[in-house]
Design a protein around this ligand. Sequence first.
Ligand code: BDR
Ligand code: CA
Length: 314
Amino acid sequence: MKHIIVDCDTGIDDSIAILYALKSNKLHVEGFTTVYGNTSSMQAAENTLRLIKLAKCGYDIPVLVGANESMTGDAEPYPVHIHGDNGIGNVELPESEQKPLNEDAADFIIKKAEELKGDLTIVALGRLTNIAAALEKDPRLPYKIKHMVVMGGAFHKPGNISPYAEANIYGDAKASDIVFRAGFPMTVVGLDVTMETFLSARDITLLCKYCREENREVVQYIQSALEYYFQFSYESMGCLDNSVVHDPLAMVIAEDPSIGEYRMVRAAVEYENKEFRGMIKRDEGFIPVYDHDEILYCIRVNSDLAVRRLLSVF
Ligand code: BDR
Ligand code: CA
């Protein structure tokens, strides 16, 4: 069982990753910390609480509201055309009785890393603002966790927010740079692989047919939320009834890294030059010294297997 904290900006693809984590019997979610991005960090926490209730996972999971702006204070408008006004495709899920914990998200990450004595994996599905804040408070954090999986970046493919940058990395490029250079044992799952992994309307129709009875409501939610997402996918990329799903792939990889292939790099992120903001600057030529100074970035993935895994938990 992997113990994870999910740091997320609960939009549509985050929500599917969250539901996967809650349903997987190989992952134990220690808590959720939220960050602005697809929606505000407050709304992301509200969405997460409702998803926990929907998943009926049988144990209380702390949800903490994290950063609501980037380290440099830049505010981007929320992408309501992708994730809807409420972040989850305007699907109205029943309210949860649970409230967010009144604790600092960065402190919570540090506390859990200490409690779990090297056995914590962080899965970061949004901007890296909370992780950078935790690092600022505890520079030894990289040495206290087992691993971190980050959905973000584009190494060989073009970006999705600018020609050079992916949205999560661009959204707080300074935090990304700090985190990328901090020595975290980390895997980066970027557009190079997420843009190759599609979920289709047919997959979801089959899922509706074959899901376990106890997951019916969860699957109905996924279907409704994806309808909104597919619309964006059609308008922006011409994909008919299917879409790439970024965050769920990162979650499946966090659970089982063997579905991907990786290259070891040392990387930094451009945050000063406006045009290239969020661009990953990599150095593949270094000799790893096994002091946690390397990043594994995912260059290939078995997409069919990833999608089958994703659907199998429901
Ligand atoms: C990333 O940006 C967000 O919109 C998605 O949730 C994903 O984490 C993809 O660029
Ligand atoms: Ca996300």
